[in-house]
Design a binder for this molecule. Structure first.
Ligand code: SF4
Length: 230
């Protein structure tokens, strides 16, 4: 496993933990609002080896208690379970971010109890999934399977949507709510523009719009909250 980015400390990425965040490369989506687009085609140079990372981690005992693994799409990496196991063996909790395209990997991680927390993207209502992922088409079956795995599993999890004004409207959140009905947690994350976002024609919804969307989902989900809103 090679790492393509490392945030040495975060209080935001892993709920309840002081963590570092590691970025893995490659992704099977091309979301136009992606903050890490330089990682996703797999051409960016690696930042550090696994050995170097564990050298860093060993020195963080007492300062950090968790590692958040993000990307890219971490589940594309066959050695992800071994990497997670190794982090756990060092005494750190593990959080995994995923786009939900790989239920076979997610299932293995759940069965082997390798994660303390999983955050899965719900990109949009099923009809708009391909558009929101920047793809021509998307097979929804694996994504639906990943949702079911989290809904029926024992691991702590959240679903979350990055909300972009040009991509989401009220009807999407009614559909998302019905789809993930009974979920423990759902977050609406306000899109923020950055230099690394590939498309310059996207904008953020207002706080009022986000609150309206949150209310629609709260008819179906136990806990709904906003992120990235002042
Ligand atoms: S799934 Fe995540 S990493 Fe992949 S393109 Fe979309 S936002 Fe970027």
């Amino acid at each position: 496993m090679h790492l393509y980015g490392l945030q040495k400390m975060t209080l935001l990425d892993f709920p309840g933990h002081v963590a570092c965040t590691v970025f893995l490369n490659a992704c099977d989506c091309r979301c136009p609002f992606c903050h890490n687009f330089e990682l996703i085609d797999g051409t960016a140079p690696a930042l550090m080896s696994e050995e170097e990372f564990f050298g860093f981690l060993e020195k963080r005992h007492g300062l950090l208690d968790g590692v958040a693994i993000t990307g890219g799409e971490p589940c594309l990496h066959a050695d992800l379970p071994a990497f997670m196991e190794k982090i756990r063996a060092c005494g750190f909790a593990v959080k995994l971010d995923t786009n939900g395209f790989h239920p076979e990997m997610l299932s293995r991680i759940l069965e082997e109890n390798l994660a303390d927390y999983i955050a899965m993207d719900i990109k949009n209502s099923p009809e708009k999934y391909a558009l929101t992922c920047g793809l021509d088409r998307v097979d929804m079956k694996p994504i639906e399977e990943s949702v079911s795995l989290l809904l029926g599993g024992n691991v702590e999890y959240e679903f979350r949507t990055t909300v972009v004004r040009e991509m989401h409207d009220e009807s999407d959140f009614k559909k998302i709510g019905k789809w993930i009905c009974g979920a423990k947690r759902y977050f609406l994350q306000k899109f923020t523009d950055r230099d690394t976002v590939p498309f310059g024609n996207l904008s953020a919804p207002t706080r009022g719009e986000l609150e309206k969307y949150a209310f629609l989902v709260s008819n179906y989900v136990n806990f709904v909250a906003l992120r990235g809103v002042d």
